[in-house]
Design a protein around this ligand. Structure first.
Ligand SMILES: NC(=O)C[C@H](N)C(=O)O
Length: 509
């Protein structure tokens, strides 16, 4: 079978093949691990836990043989962003600070995946401590977007970030496992201001940011506690649902986790779905200064198509959207300043070879082991939190956050779901992205995604089409808290409608 005839497989199909004995978890893991080596040039993985993965696959095989498989995820390879703790497996946050840190426990998300029988294949690249939107600021080097990546060129399109390694693992991995082609990986990312949806958009995969508190943050190394959520990346919506069903639900180790029992989501087949009467809002403020014409046209086109399919599509206004980047930045930096204080060279991570005084040890450890972006956020965050500045910056930002949340509360009177772009453009070229290293440029990457984090609501990015340049363009759907079943149903409906290419033909020229 040629690469252009790759079958679109999802977790349910893989599970059926495992149950029928037509494929084994060990075959699939073997083929997926081979794929990691073949796609090394994209730099998606920091650590590949080959031995553990092979052992987990063997255990899964035994379960299938004895008809005791655990769930539809049993034997399915999953990659995890390197800011989730994995027991005895390095968890670096792509930083010198945690370069040699192996946690003594698993993050709840990882543990739940293992309990469901999934195979954790390795840890993926990110911007240092998940601060960034490009996966360009990692001590392991940038991750490259698989789309339009030429082996003979030093330049490439960025993967987006900060979960770029996870998105690229999902986008690059199509492997051959006995008779069938498979998507090699599904992946876990994190999302504080768009870090799952932004790379999903640039890499042409589906990326879900669940409702805050629906999925435990226990063991996710904190960036901004009031906004962080684990994210899910996969080639299709059904796979996102399968993974969400395994990881969501109360966890007593995370005091911010919702206590309401999680009801597993079941979506009907796409051809049995309808959107007649569904109220979809188009927030006009998302049509902002830097939105490319191509993304705007695609947004219009899909809104029109959904209307033709029976949805009630109408423009809505969310007037405080314009303040969201500044508000996010202040809150982010304040929480970062507080969170990063734990890295003092004594309790965790890198310790400088300087013990003249405790203060000196702290200072030299931090100066040596954080990059400029992390240092910048710590400094500005501490400035905003100074007694004399607290009211003016931190408290003011909290009030603006409330206004942004109110915009969402009000909009649900007119719309059940909102449709916006995910990113303002296609994936920028690395050479352009790093030249404009000013933080404004970076912040604009998250213009459409940050409001959902500030409001805590769920949002999903769905790939729609390729740009004239041949790069993925995506749209975002947002819904009210805990509206994942409706949100993902519309995502699946759109996915079926647009038939985005399910694989990248990255033949090297
Ligand atoms: N993890 C994220 O969502 C990070 C976001 N892009 C930021 O730089 O703050």
């Amino acid at each position: 079978m040629g690469m252009d005839k790759v079958l679109h497989t999802n977790i349910k199909i893989v599970n059926k093949l495992f149950l029928d004995g037509a494929l084994t978890p060990s075959d699939l893991i073997g083929a997926s691990l081979k794929k990691v080596i073949e796609t090394k040039q994209f730099n998606a993985f920091i650590t590949v836990s080959k031995n553990e993965a092979e052992k987990q696959a063997e255990a899964s095989l035994q379960r299938f043989k004895s008809k005791q498989s655990k769930s539809d995820l049993d034997g399915v390879p999953i990659a995890v962003k390197d800011n989730f703790c994995t027991k005895d497996i390095k968890t670096t946050c792509a930083s010198k600070m945690l370069e040699n840190f192996s946690p003594p426990y698993n993050a709840t998300v990882c543990q739940r995946l293992l309990d469901a029988g999934a195979v954790l294949v390795g840890k993926t690249n990110l911007d240092q401590f998940a601060m960034g939107s490009g996966t360009v600021d990692s001590i392991y080097g940038p991750t490259k977007n698989v789309w339009k990546c030429k082996a003979d060129s030093n330049d490439f399109h960025i993967a987006g970030g900060s979960s770029g390694g996870s998105a690229v693992a999902v986008a690059s991995g199509v492997c051959f496992g006995k008779k069938y082609w498979f998507n090699s990986f599904r992946a876990i990312g994190s999302d504080t201001g768009g870090s799952t949806r932004n790379p999903a958009s640039y890499c042409g995969v589906v990326g879900l940011k669940p409702t805050y508190g629906l999925v435990s943050r226990h063991g996710l190394i904190p960036l901004v506690n009031s906004m962080d959520v684990p994210g899910i990346l996969a080639r299709n919506v059904d796979d996102v649902v399968s993974i969400l069903n395994a990881v969501a639900g109360h966890d007593k180790q995370d005091s911010t986790c919702l206590t309401k029992p999680f009801k597993k989501i079941r979506l009907p087949p796409a051809n049995k779905m309808g959107i007649k009467g569904l109220k979809i809002g188009i927030p006009i403020e998302y049509n902002c200064e830097y939105l490319s014409d191509e993304v705007l046209d695609m947004w219009d086109e899909i809104a029109q198509t959904l209307q033709n399919e029976g949805a009630i599509v109408k423009e809505v206004s969310m007037p405080h959207t314009q303040y969201s980047i500044v508000c996010y930045s202040v809150l982010n930096q304040c929480e970062v300043a507080s969170n990063m204080a734990r890295y003092d060279g004594i309790e965790y991570g890198y310790r400088a070879d300087d013990d003249h005084s405790t203060e000196k040890l702290y200072a030299v450890s931090r100066r040596t082991a954080f990059n400029d972006i992390v240092k910048n956020r710590i400094l500005t965050g501490n400035y905003f939190l100074l007694g004399r500045n607290y009211e003016k910056y931190f408290n003011q930002a909290l009030k603006v956050r409330r206004l942004i949340m109110n915009d969402f509360d009000n909009v649900w009177e007119d719309a059940q779901l909102l449709l916006t772009p995910t990113t303002l453009t296609e994936a920028p070229l690395y050479s352009d992205f790093i030249q404009k290293t000013n933080r404004d440029q970076c912040a604009f990457q998250d213009f459409c995604t940050q409001p959902a984090n500030m409001a805590g609501i769920p949002a999903v990015s769905v790939p729609i089409k390729l740009s004239k340049n041949g790069l993925p363009l995506s749209l975002q759907i947002m819904g009210r808290n805990l509206s994942e079943p409706m949100l993902l149903a519309l995502a699946k409906y759109i996915e079926h409608l647009v038939q985005f290419p399910q694989y990248v033909n990255f033949k090297q020229k």
